[in-house]
Write a protein that binds this ligand. Structure first.
Ligand code: 13P
Length: 248
């Protein structure tokens, strides 16, 4: 059995006060949560979240990393730095990084490798654009995105990777993939991993992301190959996020 994982991606939404309210709110409702729960905070707030979640069931993640360990990379943050503040996870290859900051499959694969090399668990994001889905190319796109990572780190490395399938057309739009659409793509992703290693395919968590909310979470997470969620907007309200955490 794969454990349900629910991860919040706060994106660029935070203030000291909002972070405190949100994390305290989540912590107050964690007693009956069985899922593994991760919150991915913007860099400046990692330290604050680290302090707030000490001795709790909450896990901390960052939203990106630079592939270099240190040096003259103004504005960038390394794997070691986020680990220094207690992050165990890092989102890699989010569609916003791919589309707004030009991250190619190769750059994403390198980031996955650097995360793994530094003992961080990558939340490795994949997903197709609306026109790619409409032209029947969803499987082609996600397989290309996954293959780039398999080529770089090997299938064994998926023992330490969490895959997040986030159809780009469902992110922040309020349009969620139907459970059937999501399940079909998740099953395809798992079958692709299985072509490389059947056991690893069975154990790799594949999360769904894209307008997941308290209303649709249970049905989505109830699908055979959907092992949890990567949540954007609904992760910013403790009540909503907790309801999703309890949907697993
Ligand atoms: P929304 O839940 O706001 O659609 O965002 C999903 C996402 O991009 C999580 O990484």
């Amino acid at each position: 059995m794969r454990q349900v994982i629910v991860a919040g991606n706060w994106k660029m939404n935070a203030s000291k006060e909002a972070v405190s309210t949100l994390v305290m709110g989540i912590l107050s409702g964690m007693a009956d949560v069985e899922s593994k729960v991760v919150v991915c905070a913007p860099y400046p707030y990692l330290s604050q979240v680290e302090a707030l979640i000490t001795h709790s069931q909450l896990h901390l993640g960052a939203q990106d990393l630079n592939t270099n360990a240190s040096g003259a990379f103004t504005g960038e943050v390394s794997a070691n730095m986020v680990k220094d503040f207690g992050a165990e996870h890092v989102i890699v290859g989010h569609s916003e990084r791919r589309s707004l900051y030009g991250e190619t499959d190769e750059i994403v694969a390198e980031k996955v490798q650097v995360a793994l090399d530094n003992g961080l668990t990558p939340l490795f994001c994949i997903g197709e654009l609306l026109e790619e889905r409409e032209s029947g190319n969803t499987e082609l796109v996600v397989s290309r995105q996954i293959q780039a990572v398999i080529d770089r780190v090997g299938i064994e490395a998926f023992k330490n990777i969490i895959v997040a399938y986030e159809p780009v057309w469902a992110i922040g739009t309020g349009v969620t993939a139907t459970p059937q659409q999501a399940q079909d793509t998740h099953a395809f992703i798992r079958s692709m991993l299985a072509e490389n290693d059947a056991d690893i395919a069975q154990s790799t968590p594949i999360l769904y992301g894209g307008s997941m909310n308290p209303t649709n979470a249970k049905e989505l997470i109830g699908c055979e190959d959907i092992d949890g969620g990567l949540i954007g907007g609904a992760s910013l309200k403790a009540e909503d996020f907790l309801q999703i955490c309890k949907a697993g």
